[in-house]
Design a protein around this ligand. Structure first.
Ligand SMILES: NC(=O)c1ccc[n+]([C@@H]2O[C@H](COP(=O)([O-])OP(=O)(O)OC[C@H]3O[C@@H](n4cnc5c(N)ncnc54)[C@H](OP(=O)(O)O)[C@@H]3O)[C@@H](O)[C@H]2O)c1
Length: 251
């Protein structure tokens, strides 16, 4: 039986990815900053571990407790929507600490076992915003585009050890807590700078006009992660969700 370790399983895509792998007979190590037993269905094949990807000690403990795994899914991430002028550098650092360095650090901690066993796959969840520039997303996009570059370069150095890496690029998913979490982070840091009011209104109006059949569902992401983990012939970049597929095709 294969084992996957997934980050950010307290909500959103992480929950759906964990369920998807459980339903297909994998062992799942669902990690969360604050472990909760009630977000996933009970299963003998499910373990819940504490993991904050910005904390070195937390990474060490979780990887030790997990033992051998076959796939790592770096899904944990935080959002931010604001102009650069409205983005305190502490927030920019927090985004990179979580989305970028967190992914690198956990991958680094897992690699020795993959390399020694000459098997394993690292699936990194980034975003379709990295495929097409959008207003107010410069800092968030930079944190995710760095993961794209990291993952594609890492693939080369791991190839001879039989270890694969893949990227899953979801589109906009209003159903997860992502937007709400980002909004409360924005409110804590003073909101949008006044000169950008028109840009902000344009962004929100654009979302309202977006056809809901052209957004991303958590299940789209789970399917893409499953494919990335199980199909060695899958492409390096796998868009997830109708909107992401459209942006990727427009290329
Ligand atoms: N939703 C979208 O529109 C969208 C689109 C494209 C890409 N994505 C990406 O998809 C991934 C999942 O997002 P989602 O939509 O499922 O959002 P979500 O519902 O907000 O889930 C994000 C998860 O990441 C966790 N997390 C945050 N900081 C962490 C840390 N330092 N260590 C460990 N876990 C941490 C959160 O845990 P807590 O509960 O502890 O905060 C939560 O479990 C993210 O990487 C995001 O950037 C989302």
């Amino acid at each position: 039986m294969k084992t996957v370790l997934i980050t950010g399983c307290s909500s959103g895509f992480g929950v759906e990815i964990a369920k998807y792998f459980l339903d297909r007979d994998w062992s799942v190590i669902a990690t969360m900053r604050t472990p909760r037993e009630d977000v996933l269905p009970a299963s003998e094949r499910l373990r819940i571990l504490a993991l904050d990807v910005t904390d070195t000690e937390s990474i060490r403990k979780a990887v030790d407790a997990a033992g051998p795994i076959d796939a790592l899914v770096n899904n944990a991430g935080i959002g931010w929507l604001n102009a650069l002028e409205g983005t305190p550098m502490d927030v920019a650092r927090m985004l990179f600490e979580t989305n970028t360095i967190g992914t690198m650090a956990l991958t680094q901690a897992v690699l020795p076992q993959f390399r020694q066993r000459r098997t394993g796959v690292v699936v990194n969840v980034t975003s379709s915003v990295t495929l097409k520039p959008l207003h107010l997303l410069s800092v968030y996009t930079a944190s995710k585009a760095a993961v794209n570059a990291f993952t594609e370069s890492l693939a080369l150095e791991l190839e001879s050890f039989g270890v694969r890496t893949r990227l899953v690029l979801p589109g906009r998913a209003p159903e997860t807590r992502f937007g709400e979490n980002a909004r409360s982070r924005m409110a804590d840091h003073g909101g949008f700078p006044e000169p950008y009011t028109e840009v902000v209104q344009g962004v929100f109006a654009g979302w309202e006009q977006q056809d809901s059949s052209e957004t991303t569902r958590a299940i789209d992401v789970a399917e893409a992660v499953w494919r990335a983990a199980n199909d060695p012939s899958s492409p390096m970049r796998i868009p997830a969700g109708a909107d992401a597929v459209k942006v990727a095709a427009a290329g």
